[in-house]
Write a protein that binds this ligand. Structure first.
Ligand SMILES: [Mg+2]
Length: 243
């Protein structure tokens, strides 16, 4: 695809969907399974990036600035419901007596995202794009996620990119929208558990990586692993010929 897919709001006001989705592909009259693939801490090492963000803010604004920025993000999360990085940058700049929030925001938007793929994540994406209806299903700050997803080249690989502020709310529309089997791959125990509860006949794959997975041993997913190579093996053995 050489141009960016058009953007339109759908289902809830807090989500954006970049779509070239026109119904599931079919092969010999049957419907390919749809894979909803999360980004942060599933295929992308968000924890590793979190560590360098603070250091970069410190380098630009002095020791302790990174920690303060992180506190401001948490304050913003309480006020608006998600970690809005632009709003946090505005507050951070204001606190320092400046109106130049763009420089702080740029620290986040210009991170070297492509250095932080999780091991075997690229192979997983290639495999999914070739064999399934691949939907990138991400959550968090819209601007930051878009930049990251673009720089990881995922708009080109996926049939659709959804950035949601409430993944679980979107589940209600999915069984109508995607025909055939649904497979969800995510690191958040809550997302995995609610997918099973709300979507019923869904295959869940829990990626045990990062801060959300910590403290959980099992979440009753169909596959639970840290290893993305294992995800490919599992799908090859169990679900690639389901259409
Ligand atoms: Mg995640």
């Amino acid at each position: 695809m050489d141009k960016k897919p058009r953007r339109h709001p759908e289902l809830d006001s807090g989500s954006s969907i970049d779509s070239r989705f026109r119904g599931n592909d079919s092969k010999e009259g049957m419907t390919k399974p749809t894979v909803l693939l999360d980004v942060d801490n599933t295929i992308f090492d968000r924890e590793a990036v979190r560590k360098i963000e603070g250091k970069l803010i410190d380098a630009n604004y002095g020791n302790g600035a990174g920690r303060r920025f992180r506190q401001i993000i948490e304050e913003v999360r309480k006020d608006v419901g998600w970690g809005d990085i632009k709003e946090a940058s505005i507050r951070f700049a204001r606190e320092r007596g400046s109106s130049d929030y763009a420089s702080a925001l740029a620290v986040f938007l210009e991170l070297p995202f492509s250095q932080y793929w999780r091991p075997h994540a690229k192979e997983l994406v290639e495999y999914l794009a070739a064999n399934f209806n691949l939907i990138i299903f991400s959550d968090g700050d819209d601007t930051f996620q878009k930049e990251k997803i673009e720089k990881l080249g995922l708009y080109k690989k996926a049939r659709e990119v959804i950035i949601s502020r409430s993944k679980i709310e979107l589940f209600f529309g999915f069984s109508k929208k995607y025909h055939g089997k649904l497979i969800i791959i995510d690191d958040r125990p809550k997302v995995i558990e609610e997918a099973k509860r709300l979507l019923g006949n869904v295959i869940t794959i829990w990626i045990k990586h990062g801060r959300h997975a910590q403290g959980y041993e099992r979440v009753n997913a169909d596959l639970e692993t840290t290893d993305l190579k294992e995800v490919v093996q599992y799908l090859k053995s169990n679900h690639s010929k389901d259409y």
